[in-house]
Design a protein around this ligand. Structure first.
Ligand SMILES: [Zn+2]
Length: 475
């Protein structure tokens, strides 16, 4: 379908109060060639240029996104964490949602399309407005009518939580890591507050399914010392923002960003204290045993993981929330047990793997550009390790100068190369040339625009593999 010199996105054709609203790619004369715009009857109030026929050609601005969300509520996020299966899709580039939509139209799980941490925003020079607007436009363009969520991910401060909620984010992942004490052992833990002693000692707590929990004095003292302050922090934040219904958002408690795994006993303590403190939360993310490193499969003892996730899942069912699995990108070897032990009730977050698929597309489509980005990534790798915990061995990555063009995409099957590209995304995207322009960013976005179908297919395949192994059904 054509509109003037442009091509209409058929699934975007809608009416608001009897007036037309749709999206099209139009040649606007800019350096980018065709640009995606909103076309709407002028009466509706989008701001843009007159199209000469009573309609306006409206650019994809924040102001126009706000109006779109008002006119078409399905282009705004809603809380989805209480659904049985939800899946977080951090899209650092603002280009992946169309591909994700193709998947979540078919799979029995609810997507959280908008999901970024403050760290990701800082590293990519984006804002929560940008993140949400990119999703709104993609959802409208593709006519996706199912519910989807927006996650203010790993937020640690009053200011950041307020920022995300004020924009309409429907999920807050409260990162409690700065309030979790590290290095506390049964030997060095401070004395046990009497309130905990009375509540927990000498008792066995039946959590159902044949499982029970019982603390001895040493374990309880250690657990209270590690998590006591984190619990108070979560209670405070909940009371401040969510208790009185001022905002309607799902609350996730994140205690995963620590070095020491959360034992099932510690998980029980945190859940019990939060519940007794009146906190209503939809999900909790423990730090599981083994390593959940970015962009690669699980590393650790699978038998131990199976044993522990079983108890973590029973605890979550007992209190009535879902387990949340962070750094879920590419954890293929543990997905079957996560799906099984949670009985198909979970939240899983991915982020970096969407970026890696975008970079794989670059290796396929423009080998010279890929080599340049790869060499730059090597030069700044050390700097990037300040933000991400990885155990990458750069010596395991073949020299891109020696590889044939056709061999470059296989770098994305090499764990060390994956982590190299994974953690350097911010430096790659913000690298400037001497003249002030971007070294790589504009060329990369141009390539992704021109190869959108290939990127979407790659996402469907790759994220689809995650969902399949988790046991999510599809049409
Ligand atoms: Zn986390």
């Amino acid at each position: 379908m054509k509109y003037q010199n442009g091509t209409v996105f058929e699934k975007s054709v809608n009416k608001a109060g009897g007036h037309d609203v749709f999206m099209a790619t139009m040649a606007t004369g800019g350096s980018n060639g065709a640009e995606t715009v909103i076309i709407a009857d002028a009466k509706i109030g989008f701001s843009g240029k007159s199209a000469g026929d009573g309609k306006v050609v409206a650019p994809l601005t924040h102001e126009n996104a706000l109006l779109l969300r008002k006119l078409f509520p399905w282009t705004a996020p809603s809380p989805v964490l209480r659904k049985e299966r939800s899946f977080g899709l951090g899209d650092r580039l603002g280009i992946a949602t169309a591909g994700h939509i193709k998947l979540f139209e078919r799979y029995d799980a609810y997507p959280v399309f908008a999901q970024q941490s403050i760290r990701e925003l800082t590293l990519t020079n984006r804002t929560y407005e940008d993140v949400l607007d990119a999703v709104t436009f993609a959802v409208f363009r593709e006519g996706f009518k199912k519910s989807w969520g927006a996650d203010g991910d790993h937020l640690k401060t009053v200011k950041d939580v307020e920022y995300a909620l004020s924009l309409g984010f429907t999920m807050i992942t409260l990162d409690c890591s700065e309030h979790i004490k590290s290095g506390v052992t049964v030997q060095n833990a401070p004395p046990l507050p009497s309130v905990y002693a009375q509540k927990y000692l000498g008792k066995t707590f039946d959590i159902g399914e044949g499982e029970s929990v019982r603390f001895d004095e040493r374990e309880l003292r250690q657990t209270a010392a590690i998590y006591g302050e984190a619990v108070s922090f979560a209670v405070d934040m909940y009371n401040r923002f969510l208790k009185d219904g001022k905002y309607e958002a799902d609350f996730e408690i994140s205690i995963d960003e620590t070095n020491e795994p959360t034992t099932p006993l510690q998980h029980y303590f945190v859940a019990r204290e939060l519940t007794d403190g009146g906190v209503k939360f939809a999900t909790l993310a423990p730090r599981f045993c083994g390593e959940f490193q970015k962009g690669i499969d699980y590393a650790g003892d699978l038998a131990q993981f199976d044993k522990e996730i079983k108890v973590h899942a029973v605890i979550a069912r007992h209190f009535g929330y879902k387990l949340s699995i962070h750094s879920g990108s590419d954890k293929f070897s543990v997905f079957p047990s996560i799906g099984r032990e949670t009985r198909g009730v979970f939240h899983v977050k991915t982020a970096g793997t969407n970026w890696l698929e975008a970079m794989r597309a670059v290796a396929v489509a423009d080998p010279a550009l890929y080599r340049a980005v790869h060499r730059y990534a090597l030069s700044v790798f050390k700097e990037a390790t300040a933000y991400y915990h990885v155990t990458t061995n750069l010596a395991n990555i073949p020299d891109v100068g020696q590889l044939k063009d056709s061999e470059l995409p296989a770098l994305f099957d090499n764990n060390d190369a994956r982590q190299l590209i994974h953690i350097t995304y911010g430096l790659i995207l913000t690298k400037k040339k001497a003249d002030g322009g971007f070294e790589f960013k504009d060329a990369l976005y141009k390539l992704w625009r021109e190869n959108e179908a290939a990127y979407n297919d790659a996402l469907v395949r790759h994220i689809g593999k995650h969902l399949d192994l988790l046991g999510v059904q599809h049409d």
